[in-house]
Design a protein around this ligand. Structure first.
Ligand SMILES: [Zn+2]
Length: 602
């Protein structure tokens, strides 16, 4: 079975490798592609696309739209938003039957040029989907531009015709003839990695690490331009030091400010961030925003260039499976705080708080004992990106455990090398070896070898325990390298819990999750039950519903399940949640202080 399955996969990879290396056929070299995007009905959330392909010398052509956007590991079926698809040549209609959900087949025999028109409905607010209204247009390019199959290596020109009153375009794609509304893309991998913002955004810039940075703020906000320029430049400089060079000439931050927003998506020379427009003025809100900046910008190296081998060139038709998202995302999640610490944008104490929070999260997630880290990455497409009410019980995030693993490895490397090396050296070595010299992604084993090179030891055991296995992590063993220890601030408590949470979108006490191993789990409380009373007292407030009860008490819980009353006998169990704090050991040794100094850039 495996051999039969592997053969076509290998062929697909080889095919895309060929496309990626730019070996266009002679006929394809004549092909010229341009797009014009207009917004005649921006108020109704439409982008209208006209694509012209000329120089054709082939009997047939397939036009396709990607089904996913790199960096966001979910099949999103972007072609679901397409309507009014039509093809013509010299003013005559040409048939374009669909042969797949995202593919149109065209008989181009005798045709040298075709014109394709379609409309895209853009009304999904996120960093990886397109959104258009009368105030602005955000084009997430994988969901906007169709491409000629087997021609991913070809360049294209993109003309943007703004809706009335829109005056600016922000994207990392180069201008043609200094016209901001006309952009050039060298190939489709770059087009699909270059979101475009059109409207009246607030644009400002700064220079850092020899690169021109542009910040494009959409939706307003209480941000301080000058403070952002200074602090974002510090992040850029610090991250550039990790890898030794900044490969861009021009980089764009597209920031969407909403009433409540968050999240980001990395690209080769830009990123899209979501933020809350009133969050910049509070210390924690501002810090969170800088963390997001540090995270997405770090990706321009880690995953956009230094990447697992299957993540580029991409298969835009299918899932692209990798066991290495704990490196791509988890290491980036670790570095976002480490970079802020090294850039003096947060104190070492705050950094240690993030380390402790990561450890607490891991311990409080029952899924950490069920799903190995490498599997969490591989199944991102069906689990991490498709969470349900049982996700906490059955999965672990490759962001959180990946960041945890990065913490352990950083400390291991610093300790083993007596402060000579740290995780930066691994990242830089891997970037230089695989991105720059070999010009390809790394295999699982190659990243492990890079880590071993600087850790000075074989990491088979580490991988078996923490990457592919489910061993509990001995945090104090690693923290002790830097003269720290972790303690659980809840260790002495004996409070009871049912282990349930309630839906926040209903005034009723509807149960939204039941924690594995808790009293609710063992004694049969179910998700979607409506909790009505405990020992005959109606439940109105989750915070006080167990007042006066102790661990070990036998109580009666009444619920409505599918509208029918049900009484359950429940034995209350201790709340096993931990809340870790990292503290210094009382008398750290000189070696521990060497490790601490290197780790925290003291
Ligand atoms: Zn990320």
């Amino acid at each position: 079975m495996k051999t039969i399955k592997l053969a076509p996969v290998l062929l697909i990879v080889l095919f895309f490798m060929d496309v990626y290396t730019g070996k266009a056929t002679k006929a394809q070299n004549q092909v010229s592609i341009s797009y014009t995007v207009t917004f005649p009905e921006a108020q109704a959330h439409y982008a209208d696309v006209e694509m012209t392909i000329s120089g054709l010398r082939q009997p047939m052509l397939d036009l396709k739209m990607p089904v996913w956007t790199p960096g966001s590991y979910l099949i999103r079926e972007f072609s679901k938003n397409i309507e009014s698809f039509s093809v013509s040549s010299n003013g005559k209609s040409v048939a374009a039957p669909k042969t797949r959900k995202n593919c149109w087949h065209i008989n181009t025999s005798g045709l040298s040029a075709i014109n394709v028109k379609y409309r895209v409905y853009c009304f999904e607010i996120s960093v990886r989907t397109s959104f258009v209204d009368a105030s602005h247009g955000f084009l997430s390019t994988t969901g906007i531009f169709i491409y000629p199959d087997q021609m991913l290596q070809l360049p294209s020109t993109i003309h943007i015709v703004p809706y009335k009153g829109w005056r600016k375009v922000s994207t990392s794609l180069d201008m043609v003839n200094n016209d901001p509304f006309t952009r050039h893309s060298p190939n489709f991998d770059i087009l699909f990695d270059s979101p475009i913002e059109v409207g009246n955004q607030d644009v400002f810039g700064f220079d850092a690490a020899g690169v021109k940075y542009e910040v494009c703020m959409v939706g307003g906000g209480n941000y301080d331009r000058e403070r952002l320029k200074t602090d974002m430049a510090k992040i850029v400089e610090t991250e550039t030091t990790v890898f030794g060079e900044n490969p861009n000439k021009h980089y764009v931050f597209i920031v969407h400010n909403f009433l409540r927003g968050g999240g980001g998506l990395e690209h080769l020379s830009s990123t899209t961030l979501g933020a809350s427009r009133d969050s910049y003025a509070t210390e924690s809100g501002y810090r969170n925003f800088l963390g997001l900046v540090a995270h997405e910008h770090f990706h321009l190296w880690n995953v956009k260039r230094l990447r697992p081998i299957v993540l580029g060139p991409f298969d835009y038709d299918n899932e692209n499976y990798t066991t290495d998202l704990w490196i791509a995302e988890g290491f980036t999640a670790y570095y976002q705080n480490r970079v802020l610490c090294h850039a003096n944008l947060i104190t070492p104490d705050i950094f240690l708080t993030t380390v402790a929070a990561e450890m607490s999260f891991m311990e409080n997630q029952p899924g950490a004992k069920i799903q190995p880290l490498s599997e969490s990455s591989y199944d991102a497409w069906i689990k991490a990106y498709r969470p349900n009410e049982n996700s906490n019980n059955t999965t672990i995030s490759y962001y959180d455990k990946g960041a945890e693993v990065a913490t352990l490895l950083d400390l291991e490397i610093i300790n083993d090398s007596k402060g000579r090396y740290c995780l930066n050296d691994v990242m830089k070595y891997m970037y230089e070896t695989y991105y720059k010299l070999k010009k390809r992604g790394y295999k699982d084993i190659e990243f492990k070898q890079g880590l071993e090179k600087f850790a000075g030891k074989n990491l088979d055991d580490f991988y078996e325990k923490y990457i592919n296995g489910l061993s509990p992590i001995d945090y104090n063993h690693y923290l002790a390298y830097a003269g720290y220890k972790v303690t659980d601030q809840l260790a002495a408590t004996n409070d009871p819990t049912l282990g349930i949470t309630f839906a926040t979108n209903s005034p009723k006490k509807i149960i939204s999750s039941v924690l594995r191993g808790s009293a609710g789990w063992i004694d049969g409380i179910n998700v979607n039950d409506e909790l009505t009373s405990i020992d005959g007292t109606p439940v109105t407030d989750a915070a006080t519903m167990l007042n006066g009860k102790k661990t070990g008490d036998k109580i009666t819980v009444t619920v409505l399940r599918d509208g029918l009353p049900l009484t359950l006998a429940v034995t209350l169990l201790r709340n096993n949640k931990v809340n870790f704090k990292v503290d210094s050991l009382s008398n750290p040794t000189p070696q521990q202080l060497v490790v601490r100094k290197k780790w925290l850039a003291l």
